[in-house]
Design a protein around this ligand. Structure first.
Ligand SMILES: Cc1cc2nc3c(=O)[nH]c(=O)nc-3n(C[C@H](O)[C@H](O)[C@H](O)COP(=O)(O)OP(=O)(O)OC[C@H]3O[C@@H](n4cnc5c(N)ncnc54)[C@H](O)[C@@H]3O)c2cc1C
Length: 427
């Protein structure tokens, strides 16, 4: 697609076609009222091809733990059936504290649910989204391109898009082509770094955790039996999440939180030495950790936008709230945001009659959405931050609190139910 193939005006423009932006487009197309809206997604990167793990910001080698509620949302959006075969069910969650007595086990059977959650490789989610987006008659996907400017106008936003087209040999042109168009609702979903927020003067708080997440897939000598392990170690929380085997090899997805000052000493290790360290921290519950795949590192911080809405403008996904992956809540929270947003837009359009495509950007509509989402957002952000600080500390008081916490969760059925309900995404 070239600049001059675009319309002059779209009802909705989504900046960023990552997991959040692309899911929003699918959710809009799935409801009769919002399916009428014309949608443009602009992304700096093309969607990954089917079955390819790329260095795409959203659809890289990471995996995402999805809650049971997120599964229901993806079912309602019509995406679940595309990813179901790649989503490994979590049958049990095992939480432990390295070298200390006290752990808790949560079993899906205790809660009469088929699974406590699912682990989905981001690349598999990416190819399902790419397939679905291609089927949407009212949605254009424009990439690689960048929204470089956004300005409020009467009843909308005007945006400038730059595209550096590649010629047949793949060489990218030095002079970008640019195009200007308008929209009734600009959704900024461009991830944790958001130049557009800076340009619009939208402040976002930032608290650096001084930690990095090292992620990789690990081959195991023993079946994981659908157990997700969360272990609190001297270096920080470490998760090994169950993945479906490939070519008969058992696999788990590693998310290892490490001190920012030490992360390089881990990433520079040869495979054998890294596996040795990991085995020492994690223990032998999964047998011998045999191999470790490509490693990637993510700096971890808490970022929250001070404004999520303005007339004809909305922030979604990591732009609105970037949280620590310790509890695997970031995308789950955004999927709940997406569902509430689409419901709110549908209601507003249904009640508006004439000019219903304009009502989607009004402050009345966007405030209603935010009102619905405020409690869940602040609870999830607050709880994740508290958990990160509690479980990343070696201070004796926090160690005792953790020990008491893990023991009591295991011993008091009501607490355990509550803990499990949160992990599954139920309030
Ligand atoms: C190590 C790790 C583990 C995680 N595990 C979990 C988990 O288990 N469960 C869970 O729920 N969450 C998890 N998360 C959080 C989850 O990954 C994020 O919530 C999710 O990726 C946010 O998606 P997004 O689309 O908002 O942003 P991104 O994934 O960053 O996508 C942003 C998109 O915008 C595009 N873009 C950027 N700038 C521009 C621009 N100027 N113009 C156009 N396009 C642009 C990018 O190319 C990209 O496609 C984890 C996060 C990390 C770091």
């Amino acid at each position: 697609m070239q600049c001059n193939d675009l319309r002059n005006e779209y009802d909705v423009v989504i900046v960023g076609g990552g997991m959040v932006g692309a899911t929003l487009a699918c959710a809009l197309a799935n409801k009769p009222a919002t399916a009428e809206l014309s949608v443009l997604i602009v992304d700096t990167q093309a969607m990954p091809a089917a079955g390819v793990v790329s260095n795409h910001m959203s659809f890289d080698s990471r995996s995402t733990a999805l809650s049971a509620v997120s599964r229901e949302i993806l079912e309602r959006v019509g995406l679940w059936e595309q990813v179901e075969d790649s989503a490994c069910p979590i049958q049990k969650i095992h939480v432990s504290d390295q070298g200390r007595f006290g752990n808790t086990k949560i079993d899906h059977e205790d809660f009469s649910v088929p699974a406590l959650g699912y682990v989905l490789e981001n690349a598999a989610f990416g190819s399902a989204l790419a397939t679905k987006l291609r089927e949407l008659p009212r949605c254009d996907f424009f990439a690689p391109a960048r929204v470089v400017d956004a300005t409020p106008i009467e009843e909308g936003m005007r945006i400038e898009i730059e595209q550096r087209a590649a010629d047949s040999s793949g060489d990218v042109s030095a002079t970008p082509q640019s195009v200007s168009l308008t929209t009734s609702l600009l959704v900024v979903a461009e991830g944790g770094r958001s130049p557009l927020c800076d340009q619009l003067g939208i402040a976002r708080s930032k608290e650096d955790y001084g930690q990095h997440a090292l992620i990789a897939n690990v081959a195991l000598s023993q079946p994981h039996e659908g157990i997700a392990y969360e272990r609190f170690t001297s270096t920080g929380p470490l998760a090994l999440l169950p993945l479906f085997p490939v070519d008969g090899e058992q696999r788990a997805s590693l998310v290892w939180t490490l001190d920012a000052n030490e992360v390089e000493s881990y990433t520079n290790l040869d495979e054998g030495s890294l596996l040795e360290r990991l085995q020492a921290q994690f223990g032998w519950r999964l047998g011998r950790l045999k191999r470790i795949g490509a490693r990637a590192v993510y700096p971890l911080s808490l970022r929250v936008a001070q404004e999520q809405i303005r007339p004809n403008l909305l922030l979604l996904g990591n732009v609105a709230h970037t949280i620590h992956p310790v509890a695997g809540q970031g995308l789950n929270l955004s999927l709940r945001d997406i569902e509430a947003l689409v419901d709110t837009l549908c209601d507003a359009m249904t009640n508006a009659g004439e000019g219903k495509n304009k009502v989607i950007g009004s402050m009345q509509t966007l405030s209603r959405y935010l009102q619905v989402r405020e409690d869940d957002q602040s609870l999830t952000i607050g709880a994740t931050d508290a958990l990160t600080k509690l479980f990343s500390s070696n201070a004796q008081a926090k160690v005792w609190l953790r020990k008491a916490g893990l023991l009591s969760i295991d011993l008091i059925p009501a607490l355990k139910r509550n803990f499990a309900a949160r992990a599954m995404g139920f309030d």
